[in-house]
Ligand binder design. Structure first.
Ligand SMILES: C[S@@+](CC[C@H](N)C(=O)[O-])C[C@H]1O[C@@H](n2cnc3c(N)ncnc32)[C@H](O)[C@@H]1O
Length: 356
């Protein structure tokens, strides 16, 4: 396993196979499946805020073999990141709103069940909600342990003090954050990594704070977002995707390659965040004329971690992932926007399962 990677567990393969067979498709016809994927991809590209056309078989098929494994992996990384912060402690009910085929609820539930601690590790603690009945049917075809489902009809009930709401790739289909989401104790919103979606999501931070939330991830602070200052920047994360073999076969027929998956997210709770004195890497390493730089977030100030690899006495190669939390030495030199490292030992990259 790499430091920040995720995959769809093999237990899903027979479920996906059966769901495809029930729709007149087979997992052994990668070219035909790729056609369905292209059709839904083009639909999303041409209608960025339109709702998923769940009544169409090709949309269900594309979701099963493509968007489900991708969004499952993104959700799995966020679940892991939140768990190491203790985010799920005290929560006993989980709602996946706009659950679709269940990428969110399945990834969170599988991960929390594997930890076997806390209320959310019970299969029965979860509710999946969507406006589409066919989507929720598909969700339970992908589930060995049935998930309670609810078709959203308009008036949404507010949830109690111990409830978590997750919304994966849903806000992008909505005009605004539903008022009801703000009544939860904990909120995790995952969105596409595009500049407009990511900036739109980060722009909601003040609204969440005003509703009583503290931001737990990716933001290691409660100040303004430093990446909203310049309109060239936007906060997004990335996970290495370990593809199932059948996925690789489908991808051979697609113009898009998914070695890594980008996304943006916010995790917030109505409790104090334990993340104090840490920074998050919010960019990739940029190498320029003997100097390396990587965008860093720890306050409202736009900053970069910077180092000159040739000047390290140890000659160690420093490579850190976008999205990682890091602990910095307290006596680092600051030059304009740059926080300078003299030696690689002045920064410690914390693994995604390392408890905070
Ligand atoms: C792009 S899909 C994402 C599905 C899944 N959460 C995922 O991450 O793969 C967006 C889902 O939101 C649902 N949706 C759209 N508007 C909604 C609303 N007002 N309430 C609940 N669900 C909604 C759509 O039917 C669709 O299933």
């Amino acid at each position: 396993m790499q430091l920040r990677d995720a995959r769809l567990p093999d237990t899903y393969e027979p479920l996906i196979r059966d769901a495809l067979n029930a729709r007149g498709y087979s997992l052994d016809e990668p070219a035909r499946l790729a056609d369905a994927v292209m059709k839904l991809s083009n639909f999303y590209l041409e209608n960025p805020s339109a709702q998923t056309p769940w009544d169409e078989t090709w949309a269900q098929v594309a979701s099963l073999v493509y968007f489900f494994p991708l969004n499952y992996s993104r959700n799995a990384l966020v679940a892991r990141e939140c768990a190491r912060l203790g985010f799920f402690e005290g929560l006993s009910q989980g709602v996946d709103d706009g659950a679709g085929m269940g990428s969110g609820v399945h990834a969170f539930r599988d991960f929390l069940m594997s930890l076997q601690t806390g209320g959310l590790s019970e299969a029965s603690s979860w509710l999946a909600r969507d406006i589409s009945q066919p989507a929720l049917k598909l969700l339970n075809e992908l589930s060995l342990q049935k998930v309670k489902t609810e078709v959203v009809t308009g008036s949404l009930r507010a949830k109690g003090a111990h409830s978590l709401l997750i919304a994966s790739y849903v806000f992008t289909e909505l005009k605004d954050i539903p008022r009801e989401w703000l009544e939860y104790e904990a909120l995790i919103i995952i969105e596409p990594s595009t500049k407009s979606d990511a900036r739109r999501l980060q722009s909601e931070r003040p609204k969440l704070i005003a509703a009583g939330f503290e931001l737990w991830a990716p933001c290691p602070h409660q100040q303004d977002c430093p990446l909203l200052v310049s309109d060239r920047d936007w906060c997004h994360d990335r996970v290495h995707f370990e593809q199932p073999k059948w996925f690789t076969e489908i991808e051979k027929h697609l113009p898009i390659k998914n070695k890594t998956l980008a996304f943006s997210y916010l995790a917030a709770r109505k409790q104090q965040s334990p993340v104090q004195g840490l920074a998050r890497l919010v960019g990739d390493t940029l190498d320029e004329k003997g100097k390396s730089r990587q965008a860093l977030c720890r306050s409202s100030e736009r900053e970069f971690l910077a180092w000159f690899p040739q000047r390290f006495k140890t000659k160690a190669h420093l490579e850190m992932s976008r999205g990682s939390l890091v602990k910095l030495a307290s006596d680092l030199e600051k030059k304009q926007q740059e926080v300078r490292l003299k030696e690689p030992t002045q920064v410690e990259e914390l693994a995604t399962d390392q408890k905070i």
